[in-house]
Design a protein around this ligand. Structure first.
Ligand SMILES: [Zn+2]
Ligand SMILES: [Zn+2]
Length: 376
């Protein structure tokens, strides 16, 4: 088979249209497993062919250290998909987490990538024992330990915590896993020193992340650095939400769960824990700036979305509202924003910038003087 047959090369707009027109019930689910995999490239191609035939969409990473998958499966093919996984010893009985809030439109195509690691964590794995992980807790136990005063730590990136988190959790400021874990290690170091000073027992640490995978590494890393009482939420927020629902437990997670697909978020509780970054109104509507070279994630209320044409700033709005051929001309030779920061992390700074841009716009009529050259 030609290699390009194992990729989907259709245009995103076409894919989006296909997804909207599709009349198939879909189930969004995720799973991961740290497991030694051989001949990853061949495995990747075999999975692509099998799953493409089942109509599976989503994003899957395979590497020598395992698999990490977020997929949307036609509901009538779920058992066939299960069989496909179970037919390989490496993936047999791998537990699924099914998304609670799901319109079946979470992915537009099937992407399977061979990666160095299944999570880009930036950690030197050979420096510590990645299998020496913390205790896995179910939702009920996690809740009980929170009530007993445990230290709850969010192991996600800062932008994932904006629109929802556990009550009272420590939210790292870093926007990378590597940065967050260093921050947590320092925080714990201080806490442990404090406890020793007061002759108290070491604090109970509760880690959580989206699907549980990042806590595997985080807990092993913290244990390697001498913290003993480390626990992690089994199956992450996704499975916590399911357990809460199934067993009628109170949710100590408030708001929405940030997810890595077209939906951006799934609602866990009706609490709104964030404010619009542009006007400070209470809102947990998360969106990407529609100006394609910017694409910054931000919390933006409906009113601001209308006011700024779904953009983060007047400057992006001006570009976004131009005719498409002018936008293309403007973009030419301009690289897309570096992936270094994904989200607005200084809302006060953003509001200041918006005020300045609006004032300048009144004076000069444009925030992009380079456009007059383009137009002539
Ligand atoms: Zn607003
Ligand atoms: Zn923007």
């Amino acid at each position: 088979m030609e290699r390009h047959d194992l990729r989907n090369l259709l245009h995103p707009d076409l894919l989006r249209q296909r997804s909207l027109n599709e009349d198939v019930d879909r189930t969004t689910l995720s799973f991961y497993r740290y497991v030694r995999l051989e001949d990853v490239e061949a495995l990747r191609n075999a999975l692509y062919q099998e799953w493409e035939a089942l109509g599976v969409l989503g994003r899957i990473y395979v590497s020598q250290e395992g698999i990490n998958a977020q997929v949307s499966v036609p509901t009538h093919e779920l058992s066939a998909f299960r069989q496909s996984l179970d037919s390989r010893s490496a993936f047999r009985d791998v537990p699924w987490k099914i998304a609670v809030e799901d319109d079946g439109k979470s992915f537009l195509k099937l992407i399977i990538k061979v990666k160095q690691k299944i999570v880009a964590d930036g950690l030197a794995d050979d420096a510590f024992d990645v299998t020496n992980v913390g205790h896995h807790l179910d939702a009920a136990t996690f809740n009980r330990k929170i009530e007993e005063g445990a230290l709850v730590i969010d192991m996600r990136n800062n932008y994932e915590c904006m629109i929802g988190h556990f009550d009272g959790a420590y939210l790292p400021k870093a926007d990378t896993f590597r940065g967050a874990i260093e921050e947590v290690r320092e925080l714990l170091g201080e806490r442990v020193r404090m406890c020793k000073g007061e002759r108290e027992a070491e604090p109970t640490v509760l880690l959580y992340c989206t699907g549980g995978i990042r806590c595997e590494k985080a807990s092993a890393y913290l244990k390697h650095h001498g913290f003993n009482n480390v626990n992690q939420l089994h199956g992450g927020i996704i499975d916590y939400a399911r357990q809460i629902k199934d067993r009628g437990l109170p949710s100590k997670y408030k708001g929405q769960n940030f997810v890595f697909d077209e939906r951006l978020a799934e609602r866990i509780t009706d609490d709104v824990v964030s404010t619009c970054m542009q006007c400070s109104a209470v809102s947990d509507r998360i969106s990407n700036c529609h100006e394609a070279t910017c694409n910054m994630l931000l919390v933006q209320c409906e009113a601001c979305a209308a006011k700024y044409a779904n953009c983060c700033s007047p400057s992006c709005r001006e570009i976004h509202l131009m005719p498409i051929d002018e936008q293309r001309a403007w973009r030419k030779g301009r690289s897309t924003r570096s992936t270094k920061t994904k989200a607005i992390n200084d809302p006060e700074g953003l509001r200041q910038r918006i005020r300045e841009e609006e004032a300048l716009l009144v004076l000069t009529g444009t925030l992009h003087p380079e456009l007059t050259i383009l137009r002539n």
